[in-house]
Design a protein around this ligand. Sequence first.
Ligand code: BGC
Length: 744
Amino acid sequence: MNKVIMLASTVAMVLCTSVEAQPNNAPNRPWLNPNLSPEARAHDALLAMTIDEKLRLVFGYSDQALTELAKVPDDVVPAELKTYVVTHQIKGSAGFVPGVPRLGIPDQTQTDASIGVRNSFIPSTALPSSLATAASFDPEVPRAGGAMIGAEARATGHNTMLAGGVNLAREPRNGRNFEYTGEDPLLAGTMAGALNFGIQSNHIISTMKHYAINDQETERTSLDVTISAEAMRQSDLLAFEIALEKGRPGSVMCSYNLINGRWGCENDYLLNKVLKHDWGFKGFVMSDWGAVHSTADAANDGLDQFTGFCCVTDTPWFGPNQLKAALASGAIPNRRLDDMVERILWALFDKGAVDNPVKAAPIDYSADAAVSQKAAEESLVLLKNDGDLLPLRGVKSIAVIGGNADKGVIAGGGSSDVTPVGGAIMIREHSFLPSPPLEALRRELPSARIAFDPGNDPASAAVVAAKSNVAVVFVTQHDSEGYDGSLVLADNQDALVAQVAKANPRTIVVVESGGAIFMPWLNQVPAVLEAFFPGIRGGEAIARILTGKVDPSGHLPISFPASAEQLAHPEIPGLGLPNDTPSKITYDEGSAVGYKWYDLKGFRPLFAFGHGLSYTSFALSGLAAKPDGRAIHVSFSVRNAGRREGKAVGQVYLAPADWRKAGWDAPKRLGAFAKVDLKPGQTKMVNVTIDPRLLATYEAAGDKWHIRAGEYRLMLGQASDALTQSVSLTLPDAVWSARTAVAD
Ligand code: BGC
C-alpha cells in the first residue's frame, strides 16, 4: 500500500482561514451559478463590485508581506487589507491576491512553478525539469506531470500555479533553460501547453511565462532585447501561441526585460496587440515579481494585475491610491480597470477556481513520485552508446564515481526549487533531491560489486575505475534563476572523466545538467546518458535505464553546441556587471534559433536537436503527404526492427526547395513529431498534421501569415541531423490573418 503522508498542519491551518466561495447561486448572485458562461459570470460579478473590491483583485502581495507589510503606511495599503493579507496568505508561497468574501470571490493563492509546488514549509513532489519532460517528445508526459503537481497545489491550498515556462532556449547558457521546454516553437509550445492543461485539470489557474523574449538571466531586469516582429512571431511568440492554444492558461506572466525599448509588463505590442487582440486571450496578465515600472502606462499597455508587493521599499504601482488617482485624472479609463478585473474574474470562473474551492487534502507522495519517475524514464536521453556498452548486463563490478551519486540528484535553483519530503540535501549551496543513483543501481544489480568514489581526486577515482569491469561517472552542472550558467563543467569534472576513461575504457558518463554542456572527453568514452535535472525519483530512473529495465526514449529538445564559437552570441551582454545595469542584445539571427542556426551556418553541433538513442532500433518508411487546405496531412510507418520493446520518436521537418525565396530565416523547421511504443517486430502507422504556420512567414505589414508558393520537402527521421526519407509537394500561395488562432 502506498504511504500516504498527511499534510503539515500549516496547510490545514492556513486553509481554515481561507475564503471559500458560497455555494449560493440565488438570483441576486447570478455569478455563482455554474450553469452560466464564465463570461456572463465575470460580467455579473464585476457589476456587483465596489471600486475598492475591484482594486483588491489587481494588486498582489509576495509572501514576504507576512512580515514586512506592517511597516507599510496605511495610506498605501489600508489597515483592513493588511490584516486580511497576513491572516489569509500561505506562509512560504510565492504570492497572494485578496478575494472578495462578500461576493464569494476566492483569494488567489499563488505558488511556483512548473516543476512542482514550491514552498519551503510544505513538502511536495518534484518533476524532472521542464526541459527534461520536453525531451520525452510526448505531451502526455507533461500533461500527467501537470495533473500531479496541480493536485498537490490544490491539496496545499493554492488555486494558482505560476507554471508554464515557455521561453525558447535562444541562449544555451540561460540559467532558467531547465524551466523551459527547448529551442523549437512547436515542441516547446506543445509541451508547455500540455503541462498547463494538466495543471488546470485540477480546477485551478496556471500561467504561461515569462512573456516574452526573456532568454537570459544576466541583467534580466534591465536588458533591452531588439528583435523584429517577424522573427518573434515565427519563433518565440509562436511557442507562446501554441502553448496558449493547447493549455488555455488563465493567466500570462509578463517578463522583467524590455522588448524593443518597452518593458515586458508595459508593452502595448506584446500584451494588447498580440496576446489579447490577435490571439484572443481572455484571461489576465500578471506581472513577474517586481517587473512593474508605472501605473497608467502599465495598465493602458496591457498589465492586468501587479503581483509580489511586500515592502516599504517597493513602489505600489497598482496600489489602491495610485490606481484611484490615475482613474480620477483620467490617465486610466474606468473601463480599463473593469477590463482588468473582468479578465481576472473570467479566469477564476472559467478554470473552476470559484466553483471548486481549494481544500487541504492528504497527498500520496509515493504515488506522485511514481508519476515523476515515469516522466524521467520517458525523458532521459541516451546520447552515445558505442559497442552497445549499455544496458549493463551481467557486469560483475562497477565503479560509480562523482556527482554526489551516493546522496541524490541535483535540482535547479530559484523559484522553481521544490522542497521534497524530508527536505532537500544541500551540497555547497546546491539542492539535491534524495534519490541516490548509487543505491538504485545496487538495488537493480544485486549481484554486482559496486564501489563508490566521490570523484574529488581524479587520480584516486581512476584507481577505483581500473579495478572494475565498468565505470559510471556522474557529472553535475548547477543552474539557477538569477544568473546564467556555463557550458564548461565546474570543479574539475572534465579532468575526472578524462582520467577515469583512461583508466577504464568502458566508461559511461551520466550528465545531470540544466541544459547543454561541452564534452571535451566525448571521444574517450563509449557511452553518455543525459539525465537533465531528473526529479524526485531521478536516481531510480537513471538506474533503470542504465540496466535496461527501461528503454531510453528521450530526444534532445535543444542542440548541444560543440564550442562557444558556434553560438549566435558568443558573449552574454552584461555578464559581470552589477545587477540592473542597462544592457542590450539584438537578436539579429531572427527566428534562426537552435538547430536552425546550426543549419544556417553549416555548423556541426556536438549533438543535434532531436537526437536520442534506444536499446532497440526502428525503421521508418512509407512517408506520404497530402495537402488539406493550408495544412498537410502526413503519414508514415514505424517498425521496431530490434529485439526489445521501445519507443520511437518520428520527426517530420519541413524544408522549402529555396528557403530564402520562401522567406524563411533558415533551411528547415520541425513540422510534426510523434512518439510510438512498439513491441519487437511490431509496425504502426502514424498520422500527423502540419500546422500551416510552420510553413509560413509572418508579415507585419497586414498582420498576415504567408506561405509562399513553391516546392517544399518534408523529411522524416529520428533526429534533425538524421533524416532518412523525404517527399516533395508544390504548395500554392496562401495568405491569412494572424488574428486567428484562439478566436477561430
Ligand atoms: C520569477 C517568477 C516567479 C516569481 C514568484 C520571479 O522572480 O521570475 O518565475 O513566478 O518570482 O516567485
